[in-house]
Design a protein around this ligand. Structure first.
Ligand SMILES: [Ca+2]
Ligand SMILES: [Ca+2]
Length: 428
């Protein structure tokens, strides 16, 4: 249109100049423009331009629109939840668009986690959006997030662009069924009184006792996990504390877990400690129920002292280690005394076992299921003896590190440390 206009204008000017001035401009340009012929030509030009404008055809959209489906991530809910999958056209068209769809299992299973659905979606002419609603079946049991797919096929009046979408059913539950089997210890002992305990019978972690220590710096052992303060990694359910080690990217690390400490909240010297727990297992998984001297910030490790009531490396899940670490101030490694015990059958992940410490002045004894397998006194430790001071508790599940090595393809995640109770008794 613009080209036609300019072309007409040039032709008009050439005509005018030829007729009237023979290409020589002897007078000011206004005098030519004022000439009647020029006015007529300009009017003609304007007419041609406006006619061109009216006759310009509407550009058709010759391409067929493409159809795409979008993924959906929602919490599971406890009953029925609708997952709406949006189906979009790249452009409107004057024809109805139809596309077939079907659900497919991924980690979610049709009939258990969602209702299978197959059908045909119609996006009416002039519209660009349709929705496929899939019903998700909720429950109140803690599970991993689960996935299913919705797959499009056989589009009419459209091409398929994104044909597969994923529904991510996010876990929203903390309840885990925990079989309360295995060894147990008395709620009280003659000659002792309860100093403090946690039965984990509430619905949340008691933060007057526990602090969630966080970070991913390797913790002095080149460990691979990031300790988070999220309930994903430590939570209370059904009368138990769960510390869950997960394989996931977080804070630059490929695993997450939790480390709970009673520092500044529950510190004590001497007594009996009983901790009833089921342990995680697998190569590279390293649960620990242990203690550090409360003077750690003043004198550092190992001078503050460390008492490991329970350590297991997951590649040897039936062998428990009890250890003391100690040494001079400023030392980069510790002196240690250690012993281990192997369950006569099964491993520590299968049933509850009770890990105990009997701690008196100048004496330390470590037990499992009331079987003593480590006993030492001040004369065996030597001049640097930090174990008559106050200590605090630590519960954690490390992943990888110098002692257990990294997880391998055989390691199953997530892994859980389940603690039924910790009870601390003081001798009367
Ligand atoms: Ca739920
Ligand atoms: Ca309990």
């Amino acid at each position: 249109m613009t080209a036609t206009f300019i072309y007409t204008l040039i032709l008009s000017m050439v005509f005018l100049l030829k007729q009237k001035v023979g290409f020589r401009l002897r007078k000011p340009i206004q005098s030519y423009i004022s000439h009647a012929s020029v006015k007529i030509i300009l009017l003609l030009t304007l007419f041609v331009w406006s006619s061109c404008k009216e006759k310009d055809p509407v550009v058709p959209t010759p391409t067929t629109p493409s159809v795409s489906i979008s993924s959906v991530t929602l919490f599971e809910g406890n009953d029925k939840t609708t997952f709406p999958f949006k189906v979009n056209l790249s452009a409107a068209t004057d024809k109805d668009v139809t596309v077939q769809f079907t659900t497919q299992n991924n980690t979610a299973v049709a009939g258990t986690d969602y209702v299978a659905k197959t059908g045909t979606l119609t996006i009416p002419a002039k519209s660009t959006e349709g929705v496929i609603n899939i019903e998700v079946l909720g429950d109140t049991i803690k599970q991993a997030d689960k996935l299913f797919d919705v797959v499009l096929s056989n589009a009419t009046n459209a091409t398929l662009s994104t044909a597969t979408a994923t529904g991510t059913i996010r876990n929203d539950d903390t309840y885990i069924f925990i079989l309360n089997d295995g060894y147990t210890t008395p709620a009280d002992y003659a000659g002792y009184s309860r100093l403090w305990s946690d039965e984990f019978s509430g619905s949340v972690l008691d933060t007057t006792t526990w602090t969630r220590e966080t970070g991913g710096g390797g913790w002095g052992n080149n460990e691979l996990q990031y300790y988070t303060n999220r309930t994903d990694n430590a939570f209370v359910t059904n009368g138990n504390l769960i510390i869950e080690a997960k394989q996931e990217s977080f804070g630059g690390r490929n695993y997450t877990s939790a480390r709970l400490i009673t520092k500044g909240k529950k510190e004590f010297t001497f007594g009996r400690v009983d901790i009833r727990a089921k342990l995680p297992k697998g190569k590279g998984v390293w649960p620990a129920l242990w203690m550090l001297g409360k003077k750690i910030d003043q004198v550092g490790w190992p001078n503050c002292g460390e008492i490991d009531v329970m350590e297991v490396i997951g590649s040897e899940p039936s062998k428990v280690h009890g250890t003391l670490h100690y040494g001079p101030q400023g030392a980069t490694s510790s002196t240690q005394k250690t012993s281990s015990y192997i369950l006569p059958s099964g491993d520590f992940s299968q049933k509850f076992n009770v890990f105990s410490l009997i701690w008196t002045a100048d004496n330390i004894e470590i037990l499992v299921n009331d079987i003593s397998y480590f006993k030492t006194d001040r004369t065996q430790v030597g001049a640097i003896y930090p174990f008559n001071e106050a200590f605090f508790m630590l519960f954690n599940v490390a992943v990888g590190g110098n002692w257990p090595g990294s997880p391998d393809a055989s390691t199953v995640f997530p892994q859980q440390l389940t603690v039924d109770y910790i009870r601390v008794f003081k001798k009367n």
